[in-house]
Design a protein around this ligand. Sequence first.
Ligand code: UP6
Length: 279
Amino acid sequence: MSAQSYASRAETHPTVIGRHLLSIISSKRTNLCLSIDVTSPTKVLDIVGTLAPKICLVKTHIDILTFPPDSPLSIPEFTSALSSLAKEHNFLIFEDRKFADIGNTVSHQYGGGIYRIADWAHITNAHSLPGEGIIQGLQKVADALPLSPQGQPEDTARGLLLLEEMSSAGNLFNSSGYRSSTLEMARRNKNFVMGFIAMGKVGDEKEGEDWIVMTPGVNIASTGDALGQQYKTPEYVIRERGSDVIIVGRGIYGSEDMLGTAEEYRRRGWEAYENRIKA
Ligand code: UP6
């Protein structure tokens, strides 16, 4: 369990994007990632604009958005508006694509197609199931991103999270062999793999490892949904299990008072972290 502060980890994390995220978390005093799974692009921008001061990260599923022919926004207009919000309000963007194919295919899915994910998402994620080529396929695209003349290195720095565990009932991540092989894969790709999607701390701090762990399935008003989602509280995830970032979707955008609720998750996530590093 990391007793180190986000601020000190922001100095030493092995990836540029990891250092950038940790410094945002530390300066905004928020370890809250908003998972925005609504299907209207304009609604996404409205909600993100309102909640921006409370979050370090926005997690998207770009392929659930609908862009009908009469849509006021095209896909590039949407991603560019989201990127402007991110710059203005100092948060990063995480496209929860959960890549799961061979390296050659994921390189097209990440860098091209209609979404051009690598152009605007600072962070994405992948399953380790297909083997290490998936990481190399994604990294090849990330490494080739051009830096604009006025750009900062962190503008085109990209990071990958591997799925070490999932929150859903009956998931097949319960084999310790699968999880330790995923960790080994990350260890061999430390300059691109910044951390994990997992339910708690991963890796060995004594060995000088510092993985950023983000945990979905967080809700303070529900224990699950009808389709297998299982929820935990911010205190359990951050303080008891040593995760770094809480990922919250319906718990926030499904509530009446989104801003008040986001502040409650921010405060509880932050206090759980403060209690952890004090302990
Ligand atoms: N997510 C999980 N569990 C995982 C991995 N990812 O719920 O193990 C993602 C879902 C969704 C979000 O794809 O976007 O996190 C959770 O949303 P919720 O808070 O509304 O349940």
